[in-house]
Design a protein around this ligand. Sequence first.
Ligand SMILES: NC(=O)c1ccc[n+]([C@@H]2O[C@H](COP(=O)([O-])OP(=O)(O)OC[C@H]3O[C@@H](n4cnc5c(N)ncnc54)[C@H](O)[C@@H]3O)[C@@H](O)[C@H]2O)c1
Length: 356
Amino acid sequence: MSIEFSFMQQGYPVFSGENALSLLEELLNVPNDFSKMLVLCDDNTFEHCLPSLKKHLPSSIPFDFFKMKSGESSKSLSVCESIWQKLTDMKMGRNDLLINLGGGVVCDVGGFVAATYLRGISFLNIPTSVMGMVDAGLGGKNGIDLHHHKNRIGSFAFPIATVCDPVFLNTLPDVEWKNGCAEVFKHALIGDAKLFEMLSVDGCTRANFNSLLHSIQGVKLKVVEDDPFEDGFRKVLNFGHTVGHAIESASLKKDSTPLSHGEAVAMGMIIENEIMFQLGGLNAYSNSKCREVLEKHLTKVKITSYSEDELLEWMKFDKKNANSIIRMSLITSIGSCSWNVEVPQDIIRTALQSFR
Ligand SMILES: NC(=O)c1ccc[n+]([C@@H]2O[C@H](COP(=O)([O-])OP(=O)(O)OC[C@H]3O[C@@H](n4cnc5c(N)ncnc54)[C@H](O)[C@@H]3O)[C@@H](O)[C@H]2O)c1
């Protein structure tokens, strides 16, 4: 796989492929005039990714780093405050650059910090997880959590570029790999039937990821290009997430070892397909084919410990709802998706019951 100038996101390039890091020197020196840089990383990317990055940063621009604790708990105002303070201590100005080196958490926090510090400074995303490369590092959404409310505070801001070098994935733990794969299948189901066919055979593995990366990113970037600020079409990216988030929230509240986001979204996609089937919007073949493929390649999760009432309560919080009516993004066939589909609660109950 060669480095490829694969896509634009709101006028900014996404470079993906082996050795993409080698583009950094040119990218940072030529069109820009950065006088210094701060690299944001977490415990793991500090250890596993920063050493490789350092070799590719232009020696002419001084840099420092900020290491935050890894994990979702860092998507907090207090962590942002520490980074804003660090930028202030470094006297970073509008001509300087924040580099986000990490998974979705680092990209989300760093994007938000950059968008708000001095009303916006430049930032570069260098995602290091599957989730980061196929989803969080693309598309210009960033943000933090407000206590238990995920992604409650945030903004839209686009990086000067996103650079995805799969070399970083060599150190990504398997459990995080699988987590990101749920979003890979989601992208295929909402926008690329051919990609879904390829994934149905072997799944999304370390062996085939590099060859599929451009197709996977292509789905999200085309959606973002069409509707950058989520006025409508971009909601298709939420397929699997209305039910998925409800399962994830119920599990976080109850289980001593909560389900991962990827496990919950995988189950969310399967149940949402059943809902669309019952609404008459998805045929029986596609519904069962998706279920078979998702259960084979992603974790099969039991939802018996969460009641229908409980899951419905969580769904009522979903940001896509309007006038207390639950709205979902649901696929109409493999590779195409509709959004703002109003779903009666009795259909949701019936679909949930079929997984008991
Ligand atoms: N903004 C968006 O559009 C968007 C889209 C999807 C997800 N997200 C957000 O992304 C976050 C999840 O992202 P994630 O799954 O990447 O989680 P994460 O950033 O917490 O990374 C998962 C774990 O992998 C480690 N890690 C990352 N890269 C590594 C590497 N190369 N080697 C070793 N360890 C590595 C991290 O330190 C962490 O422990 C969530 O907060 C979610 O809300 C945002």
